[in-house]
Design a protein around this ligand. Sequence first.
Ligand code: NDP
Length: 289
Amino acid sequence: MKPINFKQELVAAFGQPISENPTQVMMEAAFRHHGLDWRYLTVEVAPEGLADAVAGARAMGFRGFNCTIPHKVAVIPHLDSLGESAALMGAVNCVVRRGDRMEGENTDGKGFVETLRRVRDPAGQTVMLLGAGGAARAIAVELALAGVRRFIVVNRSQTRRDDLASLLKGSVSERLGRQLDVSAWSWDADVRVPADTGIVVNATSIGLYPDVGARIPLDIRTLAAGMVVADVIPNPARTRLIEEAEGQGATVIDGLGMLVGQGRIGIEYWTGLSPDETVMRDALARVFA
Ligand code: NDP
């Protein structure tokens, strides 16, 4: 006979603002689908409450939690250790309880690379990365670990562009034991994609709902059939870039793929079970619709 148990396993998202974060929908859809009596809580945590929130999660036996804006960097001093890519990029989006320890991982880039691998092996490729914020850093570090040869970082503000280029040329190249080829381009006019580029990634927030018609300053005619064009924007999944890149014959990856990919890896870390991505994607697509 199954022992009586009214206690669920708990995981969460900590952020501020958090009320519009839809992660719970896909995580709990996966828990239900796989018969796991787990709950994913969406919790508003202010910056001054972060230390208490992490202590509370420890005290209440949470199996882990996601951190989103503004906690991805600030959470680090409250954790016991960091996974390799989280340490390299200096940002954590997924905390995992392993025994008594709370360990920081970054699954944003991992979710992206796993989705990418289904259509293109990143090893040896040239990548044009549009944007240099948190999502771009996560993607860049993970792509470097996956063997990308050359990066062209295109970003509007020079500081963030140079920071990302330095990260790739410095500690990431050191970790790899080979010097990455990295160019940092300013972004004053429509950027042209060099013909030998294999992968183009929009990691800016251009095109995010409700600004759905926003145009990325990119010369679409320079996108070609042999390229993979990926967008991090999850809502809407079919962004203007995705539609225009498809029109040029490129292979496309939408932002829902990355979002579901990072969620799936989080569930794997927490539960040890590999959840069905279709269930998670369908649940999110229903919410976004
Ligand atoms: P950040 O604020 O850290 O970075 C935003 C980036 O977008 C910067 O590079 C910024 O450039 C650039 N940018 C914004 N507006 C413009 C503009 N009008 N013209 C040119 N560049 C612009 O945000 P994140 O990196 O955390 O998030 C970026 C996007 O990625 C968000 O839309 C988010 O929803 C999405 N995301 C998706 C995930 C997924 O799983 N699908 C996961 C994480 C994020 P500058 O430095 O010049 O300001």
